[in-house]
Design a protein around this ligand. Structure first.
Ligand code: CLF
Ligand code: SF4
Length: 480
């Protein structure tokens, strides 16, 4: 594995569930598939088509995490080191309507800080209620540390919230006391293992109650090497038993300049191999999300897009936004057509590959700007999607950050070297275009660069590449 950072991506395609290691995912029940179909975090495939936005209405928090600096957004769903513009509920609703008018692919509005949504219940519920009234077709989402969750489940469910993220980093208080120095509980500050015992109890009870009300719970777990990495498979088992739908293993981001306890004491985050090992250990018990982008608490756009600067309060138009629900409905219908076409193309290749017997998965990278299509020039890619491909389907493994080879028109050899290292476990990389020099360097590292699938939907492209590989004549063995 490379030593470059891995940007995680989901293991499920087209709203399918988790599968065996290296195998495509199992289908979801129809009702659950419908509930995640347009949510860019709960469905990897949906994030190619739909956008989310966060409204930063929740400044306070009721616990202290050792990876958090209160100057910044809640690190459970955010990158440390970014600060959001705080909004009042009425400002948040105004902003949602303005974004919804200009971003027809918007499907989800979430509250993810900058503190904890449920430590600020008045602002959080006023905002959710305001959005539900003003734009009822938008999906409401909430992220919380879970301490105050059980007492709010009924209100959330009654409001129509169907997606809640709970950050669960431990179920063992001995592990917890290394992550949480204190919590605020019943008007007092509780410290040590007792704080983590209370927090874990509240989290698991909250998850179970949400599940009873039909809410899909995603659990975020921050991977902290040497602190909770070995314990996270137990956490995955416990949250799955409580009713969680999926687990998102978020790498700890930690640096002295973040000013956090972990940053100042030298606690590091996981490298690519460590993260993948924890994912492998946890996927035995839980469906995994692997395309999280550790968004800001005021994020706007598709995952990985940062359009928040265009929608600050100062930039919102003074006049009220017009109702754009029809535009959004048209966009959803268009997405359904694109999805159906991509599924037909994928299925056609699968039919051709069927009956050829089992084969080990082959790891292949894809350069994609849109996320759904092989549409990026190798030299322009800042990251690659990495898949395991078999004769029965494809499975997203993760994202690999890359150095941009063609920055400013010239080839950057250091960047190319980094990219070759990042893709060292791949047999091929599918691209829209590639120059001769990088193609040669990839070939020297045993990685085929293929332009034959340019502008094809990713799943069909990967399967077509596999088909071509299997149809190619075996290399002749020369006998002396
Ligand atoms: Fe936001 Fe979170 Fe809802 Fe998504 S984000 S509240 S579930 S709408 Fe998504 Fe961003 Fe990762 Fe969160 S990519 S940080 S998982
Ligand atoms: Fe910080 Fe979020 Fe933890 Fe609260 S829950 S301490 S805001 S990271």
């Amino acid at each position: 594995m490379s030593d470059l950072p891995v940007v995680p991506a989901s293991n499920c395609t087209f709203g399918r569930g988790c599968g065996e290691a290296g195998q495509p995912a199992r289908p979801l029940p129809a009702d659950v598939a419908a509930q995640v179909a347009n949510h860019p975090c709960y469905s990897e495939e949906a994030h190619h088509h739909f956008a989310r936005m966060h409204v930063a209405v929740a400044p306070a928090c009721n616990i202290q995490c050792n990876y958090c600096n209160r100057k910044y957004d809640c690190s459970n769903e955010s990158r440390p080191g970014v600060v959001s513009e705080r909004l009042r509920p009425e400002e948040a609703v105004r902003k949602v309507l303005a974004v919804a008018e200009q971003v027809p692919e918007l499907s989800v509005v979430g509250i993810a800080g900058p503190g904890d949504g449920l430590a600020n219940p008045e602002a959080t519920f006023a905002t959710l209620e305001g959005i539900a009234r003003a734009a009822p077709d938008l999906t409401l989402c909430l992220s919380t540390n879970g301490l105050a969750l059980p007492g709010h489940v009924d209100r959330l469910a009654s409001l129509g919230v169907r997606h809640v993220t709970v950050t669960v980093n431990m179920t063992d208080p001995a592990v917890g006391e290394r992550i949480y120095p204190w919590i605020h509980w019943n008007g007092k500050k509780v410290r040590g293992a007792e704080a983590s015992r209370i927090l874990s109890g509240q989290q698991l009870e909250g998850i179970a109650r949400l599940r009873e009300r039909g809410v899909l719970v995603k659990v975020n777990s921050v991977v902290i090497p040497g602190v909770n990495d070995g314990h996270l498979p137990d956490v995955a088992k416990a949250v799955r038993a409580a009713g969680a739908f999926m687990v998102n293993l978020v790498p700890l981001l930690s640096a002295p300049e973040h000013g956090t306890h972990f940053g100042l004491t030298g606690q590091r985050g996981p490298d690519a191999a460590e993260l993948e090992a924890v994912q492998r250990a946890c996927e035995v018990d839980a469906r995994l999300m692997r395309h999280c982008r550790q968004c800001r608490a005021d994020a706007v756009g598709r995952l990985g897009e940062d359009r928040f600067e265009s929608f600050t309060l100062a930039r919102l138009p003074p006049e009220p936004a017009r109702d754009a629900s029809e535009l959004r409905a048209e966009r959803r219908a268009a997405v359904e057509r694109v999805r159906a076409a991509a599924a037909r193309e994928r299925d056609a290749v699968l039919v051709r590959l069927s009956g050829r017997g089992p084969a080990a998965p082959v790891r292949v990278a894809v350069a994609s700007k849109s996320g759904g299509v092989v549409d990026q020039h190798f030299g322009h890619a800042t990251e690659f999607l990495v898949y395991d491909v078999t004769r029965v389907g494809v499975r997203l493994v993760g994202r690999r950050a890359a150095g941009t080879y063609c920055a400013g028109g010239d080839g950057d050899d250091d960047a190319l070297e980094g990219t070759v290292r990042a893709l060292s476990d791949c047999k091929a990389v599918l691209v829209a275009r590639i120059g001769r020099c990088p193609e040669g360097q990839l070939a020297a590292a045993g990685i085929e660069a293929s332009q034959a699938q340019a502008h094809r939907p990713i799943e069909a492209a990967l399967l077509e590449w596999l088909e071509a590989r299997e149809d190619a004549p075996e290399p002749r063995v020369e006998v002396a």
